[in-house]
Write a protein that binds this ligand. Structure first.
Ligand code: GLU
Length: 302
């Protein structure tokens, strides 16, 4: 066990980690229920972390509403509740253990360079990787630098409990933005390791981040957690569920006459754990849930 792990928590936990930019919708709530069920049926603690790193988009009142909604659904969490906005010291400490370099590229410059045919579409082309110190001095006067980790085009394979092996290119991704904010990929890896999270269940939109995060965990001598990515809930148009689909949050649904117990029932049906209209509790669902069975995609009709 590495020194940084022993400073942090005991092993064996799952977690749910919402970003408090807008209210949780049915898709988020369903992912939270699945994360809770997988953790609780595999004898793990279950933690809640508020991913409020992005100060412009995060709202404390939204975070409190998210916590209230999850609790209303019946989910329970083990302490501590973690707020990413309070963890800069831990991220800074991790950053000091990585081989990083300053990057002065604008999004535009990266997009143009990435059009080079030999590079994967979203990979950083390495423009600033070999700048000399005098070149950096000049660039620093033009704009603040982001920090990128030097990955030198590694690849990493992770295993998702439902979709199997996923291999991704690991480019020199950003670990601290040029406004000083620590990047999502760094924070998630540091927080999960610190809290003893060894099971990451989350939305399928983050499957593509898993190889980079696993690679980073390895660089920081943290164990790599197991992964499970839950298919996103879509509206009838096939697009990811959003406000335009009508009543999608607990508050919207309550005003339309659907109480939280009914919403839990609907989520249970979508997971093939209940029949339509059947009253259920999370305890029922826990008894019926098999963590090896992949949750199916769910189309919500507005
Ligand atoms: N906070 C991220 C989100 O809401 C999830 C992070 C994670 O589960 O790794 O999309």
């Amino acid at each position: 066990m590495s020194a940084s792990i022993s400073r942090c928590g005991a092993m064996g936990a799952g977690r749910y980690a919402p970003s408090p930019s807008s209210a949780l919708h049915l898709g988020n709530l369903r992912t939270a229920v699945v994360a809770w069920l997988v953790a609780r049926t595999t004898d793990r603690r279950f933690l809640l972390r508020i991913d409020d790193l992005d100060r412009d988009r995060s709202r404390t009142e939204v975070a409190h509403q998210q916590i209230a909604d999850l609790t209303d659904l019946g989910l329970d969490f083990d302490p501590p509740l973690v707020w990413q906005s309070e963890r800069d010291d831990a991220y800074s400490d991790a950053l000091g253990q990585l081989d990083t370099y300053e990057c002065f590229c604008s999004r535009r410059e990266i997009a143009d360079a990435v059009r080079a045919p030999h590079l994967p579409v979203d990979a950083y082309p390495g423009t600033c990787a070999e700048l000399t110190e005098p070149e950096r001095v000049v660039r620093r006067a033009e704009r603040p630098a982001a920090l990128r980790v030097r990955a030198a085009g590694d690849t990493m394979t992770v295993t998702d409990r439902w979709t199997g092996e996923v291999t991704g290119n690991v480019d020199d991704f950003v670990v601290r933005r040029n406004d000083g904010t620590f990047a999502y990929n760094l924070a998630v890896v540091v927080d999960d390791a610190c809290a003893g999270v060894d099971q990451v269940i989350r939305g399928a939109d983050l499957l593509g981040s898993a190889p980079r995060q696993a690679w980073l965990a390895e660089q920081l001598s943290h164990p790599i957690p197991s992964y499970g990515h839950v298919p996103l809930v879509t509206g009838v148009d096939g697009r990811r569920l959003a406000k335009r689909d009508g009543a999608v949050t607990l508050a919207d649904l309550a005003s339309a006459g659907e109480d939280t117990a009914a919403v839990l029932g609907r989520i249970a049906v979508s997971l093939d754990l209940a029949t339509p209209g059947e009253p259920v509790t999370l305890d029922h669902l826990r008894a019926r849930f098999d963590p090896s069975v992949a949750p199916r995609p769910w189309v919500v009709e507005g």
